[in-house]
Design a protein around this ligand. Sequence first.
Ligand code: P6P
Length: 336
Amino acid sequence: MKNITVGEFIVDTQNNFPGSSGELSKILSAIKLASKIVSHEINKAGLAADIIGSVGNENVQGEEQQKLDLYANDKFINALSARGVICGVASEENESYIEFNNEVNSAAKYVVLIDPLDGSSNIDVNVSVGTIFSVFKRKTNESEPVNISDFLQKGDEQVAAGYIIYGSSTMLVYSTGNGVNGFTFDPGIGVFFLSHPNMKIPASGRLYSVNEGNINEFKDGIKKYISYCQSESEKDNKKPYSSRYIGSLVADFHRNLIKGGIYMYPSTKSAPNGKLRLLYECAPLAFIIEQAGGKAISESGRIMDIIPKELHERTPIFIGSSNMVDTLEQLMNSEG
Ligand code: P6P
């Protein structure tokens, strides 16, 4: 296979987008650029003590902000605004959305939502982390100022979504609604190459990812599914599944996408809506998984059907191989 760069791929597939005048390609290129910068910084985190650790304050989520959280947030927002193709951005690190109201950006037709560095508390212990992004067409017309309705759109409305995983290698995985493609970064020449064309998640898998420390707080159907994973199951040649939970969503998701598996973050008493955020974590990954043949549900239906009410709202999520999600859903529904 000819070594296709992500830039060539974006140009080659731009024609899949009727009416696109290249703005979406510029958004993807901005994300590509920022991911290279963040990847470089993360990969030297162990050497540059001034960029690991927390900054001593909390983000809107009440979570301790890591220095690299803010660094990544800054790089992605600057790269996106510089291209003049988005009129606003919402980030896990910012309480409200940011409107780009200069002459060029204010007339742009897309908005981006982003979790600039998910799992960042893992950086100090050298565990893979990730960036997750979602792209919508604005609801307001180009002569109007951006408003919250441009961001509170259900997952089905996304025009593109993806993630970057900063792991043993840095990969960019995204979809614009025509399948999922993965690109691996070659730091020697600073280019992402197409390494995983047309990614599809196996319909079944043998890996389940959940924080079992919370199991006593899970709904009964979820407890039943976890014991199904741990027991000898007739349908799975009598071997229990394997538990794999890294504590870094993008890393768990990416492994399950390739090998087959299910990631679960259920509701608990202390987190009645779960922990993960709908708009810039669950919905973009749900877009990816459905494009790859998998499924993503909450405790009350399909993730991509949820109409958001707040920018930082959370949702329980069960995402991965379609047969595994179906089995879980049956057990959840049998609880009534
Ligand atoms: P817990 C990281 O903080 C994160 O948002 C995800 O990346 C990860 O899967 C999850 O939270 C881990 O949460 O409660 O199991 O530590």
